[in-house]
Design a protein around this ligand. Structure first.
Ligand code: HEM
Length: 418
């Protein structure tokens, strides 16, 4: 067993070695891309930039090992070719997950049945109707600390606001905010690791399931009136093909919403505010010209695409010169593809008025983020309401300005203003 395969059982270590040798024999660059170790903010983006400059595709021998697709054309193609790149596993170093996230891990054509249910709740119209409420939540949270002249940005704002939005959209009690934040944190700490955190992660997943099992029981026994448009009443009576969704499917889908919608927005906000706190010209631009905000949001999403997605090879294939075998994992490196020089001028630079912006922040293909419209709305509301009240601010911590994957985000960010 070499260093790269430490932590794997014997069979998995053997398979990992076979894959590594296969990559080497084909002349595919072999790297050790450990995306789980916290590193100074920006390090992973730079590492992707450097690797992409050398090769469009690589093999990482971290953990069980995975192929890495680094360019915009390969990432787009993989997301759009589910018959080769399946969603049966979606974390690069976890080829055998103990869970089935729905609809995330369901391939077409079955995927469309589940997706249809979600499309309604996250449609632009639904989000627009809720906008005044979520804007007020955002204002209230900012105003709770504006007079203090400082804030622990992630703990006291960026975790709270998306959780409030989530509870509002799904019609759950606002008092459950802290409980939801705790679950999300535990599950995300465990993601991508193949050992240490797995037990805590499974406990949190069991608690999440127990919570939503109660919600299902309640909505099946006491459905809300149709005109309320209650999400879980609709979900509890939703059909997949010609049958009702099973309890297990309901729970798995609820868990996905929780995991997909909270930590993502928090992480995106961490990069946005880190950049703006350190960049007076951009801060002033946003404050002076709030019309730039929708474009600025796209640029922040592009420059710091946070999800290192993954797919599992569904059939043996020679792809971009690499011999991939059924069951192999492939990192679909959105953070790299969104900064591909073939598509953007000066991709590492943040230009708030950048025109061309087909980034991979929300993936592509059938699993493209169902919450994209909601996320964009949340991010824009934060930029608008924050800069009306706090136009100038600075970062005050040097410790904790670190990131790690597979969903990168700055781990601690303290801001202060005069
Ligand atoms: C900045 C914020 C967000 C980012 C960067 C993001 C990113 C992504 C990405 C990359 C995927 C594709 C995953 C894959 O196929 O493996 C995805 C899927 C998904 N996202 Fe988001 N997301 C964000 C916010 C949200 C929000 C607010 C919600 C809803 C509460 C949400 C719900 C979902 C769901 C349900 C899926 C699964 C869609 C499917 O499999 O068909 N996301 N998201």
């Amino acid at each position: 067993m070499n260093n790269s395969t430490a932590g794997l059982d014997e069979a998995a270590a053997l398979e990992a070695s076979e894959r590594r040798e296969r990559a080497k024999a084909a002349g595919c660059p072999v790297v050790h891309f450990d995306y789980t170790t916290p590193k100074p903010a920006g390090t992973y983006f730079q590492a992707f930039d450097e690797l992409r400059a050398e090769t469009p595709v690589a093999y990482s021998d971290y953990g069980p090992g995975f192929w890495m697709l680094l360019t915009a054309d390969l990432v787009r193609d993989a997301y759009q070719t589910p018959e080769v790149f399946s969603s049966s596993a979606t974390i690069p170093s976890v080829p055998h997950p103990d869970w089935t996230w729905i609809p995330t891990m369901i391939d077409p054509p079955e995927h469309a049945d589940f997706r249809r249910v979600l499309n309604v709740a996250f449609s632009p119209r639904f989000v627009r109707d809720l906008e005044p409420t979520i804007r007020q939540d955002c204002i209230d949270t900012i105003e709770s600390f504006v007079a203090d002249g400082k804030v622990d940005f992630l703990e006291d704002f960026a975790k709270i606001f998306p959780t409030q939005v989530f509870l509002r959209i799904l019609g759950l009690p606002m008092e459950h905010t802290d409980m939801f934040m705790g679950w999300v944190e535990t599950v995300f700490e465990g993601l991508g690791h193949f050992g240490d955190f797995a037990e805590d992660q499974l406990v949190a997943q069991r608690e999440i399931h127990a919570y939503f099992a109660e919600v299902l029981k309640d909505r099946r026994a006491n459905p809300h009136p149709e005109e309320e448009g209650d999400f879980f009443t609709i979900l509890a009576s939703s059909k997949v093909g010609d049958r009702l969704m099973t309890e297990e499917e309901f729970l798995n889908m609820s868990e996905v919403l929780l995991l997909a919608g909270l930590d993502t927005v928090k992480s995106q906000l961490s990069y946005m505010f880190h950049h703006l706190a350190n960049n007076q010209a951009d801060r002033e631009w946003i404050t002076r010209e709030p019309e730039i905000i929708p474009n600025a949001v796209e640029e922040f999403l592009r420059a710091h695409t946070i999800v290192m997605g993954a797919r599992q090879v569904a059939k043996d294939t020679d792809y971009a010169g690499c011999p991939m075998k059924k069951g192999d994992m492939v990192m679909v490196a959105g953070p790299s593809a969104s900064r591909d020089e073939a598509e953007y001028d000066n991709p590492a630079e943040i230009q708030l008025d950048r025109k061309v912006n087909r980034h991979f922040s929300f993936a592509a293909g059938p699993h493209r983020c169902v919450g994209a419209h909601l996320a964009r709305t949340e991010l824009a509301i934060v930029l608008e309401e924050w800069h009306k009240r706090i136009p100038h601010y600075r970062v005050t911590n040097t410790e904790g300005l670190v990131e790690s994957g597979p969903q990168v985000g700055i781990e601690e960010l303290h801001l202060a203003w005069d």
